[in-house]
Design a protein around this ligand. Structure first.
Ligand code: 13P
Length: 283
């Protein structure tokens, strides 16, 4: 079934599990991602950055994901990740995505609220969910977290105000992760997570899932995280297999046969993550 973010996350806080949100990097990955979820009988969120959305095309993406989702016996959401401008979001909504993220987290709180409200107003009328972010998720260099104090934790009082003022369906919070961190391990602040969880009542989202240890991921789920974003780890798995297979191929070998191990590597990463997030056999 093809469902919204609100629908796919609706039982997560109550039963303490998280749904994985996996970044699509190319079209070839998509069937393998759904196969992973089917193998684990788990809900799954497929997400794209605005750059990937532009590369593949919003309509092709949503038609493919809808087709695969409606044939499968699991819930699937298609989500636009980290969009910064209204037009990119409008294109995704108008082309059938079931969820979008507005990332105005670099702006002052009041401006973030205004931008997010505009998106909620447009998306909710069309049955599309909205995620938005508060705080600053850290940066990386060559896969290693930069220890330059750039992470600004989400403030619990801001979170209350933000959720009330905007009407969002899920809140991305900053508790110490960085995007693209795959060579070092993230240091998470579980006290901040607890403080935010205790004063909120909508699903909380952990970005930068690559580089978070399995142990810490499990602690995040127990602490109330509902959605875990994983992107870089899938790309690393895909490219690692592609380097090996393309590197030793003859030019007249079928590219199909060369791509299969990469797609399978992505499937394996997702299956393992689903076990850690506890979303198998959940609706
Ligand atoms: P990683 O690439 O670090 O896994 O982060 C993905 C993400 O948070 C996408 O929004």
């Amino acid at each position: 079934m093809y469902v919204t973010l609100k629908e796919i996350l609706k039982n997560t806080r109550k039963y303490k599990f998280a749904v994985g949100a996996f970044n699509i990097h190319c079209l070839e990955m998509v069937p393998a991602m759904i196969e992973a979820a089917k193998a684990k009988n788990s809900p799954i969120i497929l997400q794209v950055s605005p750059a990937t959305c532009k590369y593949i095309g919003a309509s092709l993406l949503s038609n493919l994901v809808k087709y695969l989702a409606n044939k499968a016996d699991i819930n699937v959401t298609l989500h636009l990740d980290h969009a910064k401008d209204f037009n990119t979001i409008k294109e995704a909504v108008d082309n059938g995505f079931s969820s979008v993220m507005i990332d105005a987290s670099a702006l002052p709180l009041e401006e973030n609220i205004e931008k997010t409200k505009e998106v909620v107003e447009y998306a909710s009328k069309r049955g599309v969910s909205v995620e938005s972010e508060l705080g600053t998720i850290g940066g990386t260099e060559e896969g290693v977290a930069l220890n330059d104090g750039k992470i600004i934790y989400t403030h619990p009082q801001d979170a209350i105000k933000f959720i009330e003022a905007t009407g969002i369906d899920a809140l991305a919070i900053a508790i110490g992760t960085s995007h693209g961190q795959y060579k070092s391990k993230a240091k998470l602040n579980f006290n901040v997570l607890k403080e935010i969880y205790d004063v909120t009542n909508i699903p909380l989202v952990l970005h930068g899932g690559t580089g978070v240890s399995n142990e810490d991921l499990k602690k995040c789920i127990l602490g109330g995280i509902s959605k875990v974003n994983v992107g870089t780890e899938l790309n690393v798995a895909w490219v690692t297999a592609a380097k090996e297979n393309f590197g030793k191929a003859k030019v007249n070998d079928s590219c199909r046969d060369l791509l299969i191990p990469s797609n399978f590597a992505v499937q394996k990463v997702i299956e393992d993550k689903i076990d850690i997030l506890g979303s198998s056999n959940r609706k």
